[in-house]
Design a protein around this ligand. Structure first.
Ligand code: IMP
Ligand code: MG
Length: 185
């Protein structure tokens, strides 16, 4: 995997130097595997995939196209980080799905789990809606930084303890549109 940005990618990144941590092909291969595992895992019944905005939007759209069964989609909007790179722990739900959640298999799709606070908060909120099941598919997990969360059933990649951007992940709203995941250097 090359860690040097092409001139085109450096231009897209606003001239910032980034180190590529997961390139496009690596991400695509893993997303396909996750889609196959999710397809195989769910019994009959309604599957509602809930993407946590904004960070999951690219992962979500690639992932659902690899899931070979009927499903519905909605979004959750939580606020946690401001423009900083450290979790504030102050998580709020800004958008709540309009679809009823009771009796459905809920699969939350998240970009990255860091301290785990955002996910713990979402899970406790959603558990009160009496879903048939509640599980999480996270693209990245900084596993060493939080206690295990049993609902996190699928993880794309264990994440290094760096601040990652690209493929939906931002730093102060920059870099979401990059097709790879990198860290700021
Ligand atoms: P947590 O509550 O500390 O687990 O933080 C989770 C949220 O913070 C994720 O939904 C991300 O939006 C954001 N976040 C955490 N780590 C990173 C990172 O390395 N890059 C970009 N966003 C991050
Ligand atoms: Mg974010």
């Amino acid at each position: 995997m090359s860690s040097v940005l092409s001139p085109e990618m450096k231009r897209r990144a606003g001239g910032r130097d980034l180190r590529i941590v997961f390139d496009e092909a690596t991400i695509a291969a893993r997303v396909q595997e996750l889609g196959e595992e999710i397809t195989a895992a769910y019994p009959d019944g309604e599957l509602l995939v809930l993407g946590l905005l904004k960070g999951s939007f690219i992962f979500l759209s690639d992932l659902v196209r690899q899931v070979n069964r009927p499903l519905h989609l909605d979004f959750l909007v939580a606020s946690s980080y401001g423009a900083g790179t450290v979790s504030s722990g102050n998580v709020r739900l800004l958008y709540d799905p309009e679809t009823p959640l009771e009796g459905k298999h809920l699969l939350i799709v998240e970009d990255i789990i860091d301290s785990g606070r955002t996910m713990q908060k979402m899970l406790s909120l959603l558990a009160t809606r009496r879903p048939a099941s509640l599980a999480v598919c996270a693209l990245l997990d900084k596993k060493l930084l939080h206690v295990p969360i049993p609902e996190v059933r699928w993880v794309g990649f264990p994440a290094p303890p760096a601040f990652l951007v690209g493929y939906g992940l931002d730093h102060a709203e920059d870099f979401r549109h990059l097709p790879f995941i990198g860290d700021l250097i």
